[in-house]
Design a protein around this ligand. Structure first.
Ligand code: SF4
Ligand code: SF4
Length: 117
C-alpha cells in the first residue's frame, strides 16, 4: 500500500505543487478543460532558452491557502501525464532531491503579446 501511495501521490507526499502554480504547457499544445485560465504569458526556462516556450495558466483547482490541488484524485489527464522523474524513484530522499532540482529551475517571463503579435 505504501508503494502504491508513493507511485500515485508523489506530489501530495512531498507537498509539491510547482507544476500547478502556474501550470506550464508547451505553447503549441491545445487545452481542452475549463480549469486553466490563460495568463497571457510565456515562460522560457533559463537553461533551455532557445528551444522551449511554455504558456502559463492559473488553475482554478489550485488552492492558494493550502498550496495543493483541491481535487487531486480527479485531476485532468494532462495533469496525470505531467509526472516528473520523481515518480520513477522509490526512495523518498531521491524523490525529494529531484523535486528540489525542479523547484530551483528559473524562467524568463515574457508577455505573450510580445511573442505572438
Ligand atoms: S514537480 Fe513532480 S512532485 Fe512537484 S508538482 Fe510537479 S509532478 Fe508533482
Ligand atoms: S487540476 Fe490540480 S493537479 Fe491539475 S493543475 Fe490544477 S491544481 Fe494542479
Amino acid at each position: 500500500m505504501e508503494k502504491l501511495n508513493c507511485l500515485t501521490s508523489i506530489c501530495l507526499l512531498h507537498q509539491c505543487s510547482i507544476c500547478c502554480n502556474p501550470v506550464k504547457i508547451d505553447f503549441r499544445r491545445s487545452i481542452n478543460n475549463d480549469l486553466f485560465i490563460d495568463l497571457e504569458e510565456i515562460l522560457v526556462p533559463e537553461n533551455h532558452i532557445d528551444t522551449i516556450r511554455l504558456k502559463s495558466y492559473q488553475c482554478i483547482n489550485f488552492n492558494q491557502n493550502t498550496g495543493l490541488c483541491d481535487d487531486y484524485h480527479n485531476r485532468p489527464v494532462i495533469c496525470k501525464n505531467t509526472k516528473c522523474s520523481a515518480f520513477n524513484e522509490d526512495s523518498r530522499e531521491n524523490q525529494a532531491e529531484i523535486i528540489k532540482i525542479i523547484k530551483s529551475k528559473k524562467f524568463l517571463r515574457i508577455p505573450a503579446k510580445n511573442i505572438f503579435s
